[in-house]
Write a protein that binds this ligand. Structure first.
Ligand SMILES: Cc1cc2nc3c(=O)[nH]c(=O)nc-3n(C[C@H](O)[C@H](O)[C@H](O)COP(=O)(O)OP(=O)(O)OC[C@H]3O[C@@H](n4cnc5c(N)ncnc54)[C@H](O)[C@@H]3O)c2cc1C
Length: 417
């Protein structure tokens, strides 16, 4: 009994069940008053929380089936991205893009609009071509662009509201290798040339400690054939953890600690199969908010937030992460109005975050931002209506799919009932 998310900020006094097949899952859904699906529990918002039943699909039987044209694969929805990409690699295939880590389930990542970075690359949800769902009535349904179109459109970014996905047909690409390059660069120089750099690299992002004037720039470039692996230079987590623990006790030292840390070397990189290079280890727990801003507004919004943190000497101990994501046409996607700059703000899990996030959120909203659904935000139902023209249609599909609100929890009820 009991469940907690990755960061420890969301807990639920629920029963957690691990069905082994669709029959068991359907019986669990039929018998529950309320049910939420969970993947790896990597969401910071209370998306999986319920006081009744949580179902995890990691023990479900099922295999990946690759289409004859090798452009799509039907994949068990509860598989982690790590398992999906390892299985694809064994078949000479890959996902076109991935996020920072790979323990998330395929269903959970798509359900929240999880993305990586890349000017021409959309979120993982843009790879979905069809879903097999166990509905609130316990019946299995398929939806895609030709069958149950409205359900498919809503399900592409579903927040788990329309049923429990057991399989997802996903676009795949031929396997490729990546070369990672990490370098410390002056912030002023990266800010000046960011658009040019983003045009030159398939994947680019930077990490920016708000009290320092250098950033860690990371690029990923396809390399086939690829030279043997170079040395790994992931940010040294032991040193970083030490800095964070000092900052947690003595927050006023944060600006000094960040500047000192950025004087160390960060240059390096890795090479290898794409699915091994996209993710990094994240062993230090943090809380996160992320806003997707119109691409042209991103750097100005970042300037304003960083300026405010510096003026107030706020102990924001983690770096901002800045990425680019292509536009899409998904009803509830924050990328559906055009390409975005995705700005993540993190705070060490042992330190206060809510006040800092709320103040920064106001700045991001003023620059036209919309939040990542899995990460901390304070949208109201009225905000959802203002930001998403398709919100009414999304709610209508939800009502038809789940009239009794079995898949709702208090957070989702407030926004989507
Ligand atoms: C360390 C870390 C790194 C991260 N990196 C990135 C990143 O690089 N890019 C990014 O965009 N986000 C990132 N995130 C956010 C993360 O990708 C999302 O929270 C994602 O939803 C997590 O997947 P999950 O399997 O843990 O889903 P959960 O958090 O378990 O669930 C998320 C949602 O999916 C629903 N769901 C899960 N399984 C099913 C199913 N089978 N059927 C229907 N609904 C289902 C749940 O009900 C819930 O609404 C990161 C989070 C952490 C903690």
């Amino acid at each position: 009994m009991g469940w907690s998310n990755w960061s420890g900020s969301v807990t639920a006094a629920a029963r957690v069940a691990r069905p082994r097949d669709e029959g068991e899952l359907a019986a669990l859904v039929r018998g529950a008053r309320k049910v939420r699906a969970v993947g790896a529990g990597h969401s910071f918002m209370p998306l999986c929380e319920t006081d009744d039943l949580i179902v995890a699909l990691d023990a479900m039987a099922g295999d990946m089936v690759i289409a004859a044209d090798r452009r799509t694969a039907r994949i068990p929805a509860g598989w982690s991205i790590k398992r999906v990409t390892a299985a694809l690699w064994a078949e000479g295939l890959a996902l076109a893009n991935q996020g920072d880590v790979d323990p998330q389930s395929l269903a959970g990542a798509m359900a929240t609009g999880t993305h990586g970075t890349g000017t021409d690359l959309g979120s993982l949800a843009t790879f979905a071509r069809g879903f097999r769902l166990i509905g609130a009535d316990g019946e299995a349904r398929w939806c895609d662009a030709a069958t149950n179109l409205d359900l498919y459109q809503a399900q592409r970014l579903s927040l788990g509201l329309f049923g429990i996905a057991t399989a997802i047909e996903t676009a795949v690409v031929p396997a490729f290798h990546l070369a990672e390059r990490i370098e410390k660069r002056r912030w002023a120089e990266v800010r000046e040339s960011y658009d040019e750099l983003a045009g030159q690299h398939r994947h680019i992002e930077f990490w920016f400690f708000p009290h320092a004037d250098t950033v860690i720039l990371k690029t990923l470039t396809p390399c086939d054939p690829c030279d043997p692996p170079a040395s790994t230079t992931d940010m040294e987590e032991t040193a970083f953890r030490r800095v964070l623990d000092i900052a947690a006790r003595l927050p006023f030292l944060t600006p000094f600690l960040q500047r000192a840390m950025m004087r160390t070397r960060f240059d390096g990189g890795r090479r290898g199969p794409a699915h091994a290079i996209f993710p990094s280890d994240r062993t230090i727990r943090f809380e996160e908010m992320e806003y997707e801003l119109p691409r042209a507004a991103g750097l100005a919004a970042l300037d304003e937030v960083v300026g405010w943190i510096r003026r107030k000497r706020l102990p924001v101990t983690f770096p901002f992460e800045y990425r680019t994501v292509a536009a899409d046409d998904i009803w509830m996607s924050p990328m559906n109005a055009g390409p975005v700059a995705a700005i993540s703000m993190h705070q060490y899990a042992k330190m206060a975050w809510a006040g800092h996030f709320a103040a920064a959120e106001a700045i991001f909203r003023a620059h036209g931002g919309r939040p990542h659904w899995a990460k901390r935000h304070r949208l109201t139902r009225a905000d959802v209506d203002t930001l998403y023209p398709m919100a009414g249609r999304y709610r209508a599909v939800r009502r038809a799919a789940d009239p009794a609100g079995k898949f709702l929890n208090p957070h989702l009820e407030a926004l989507f009932s």
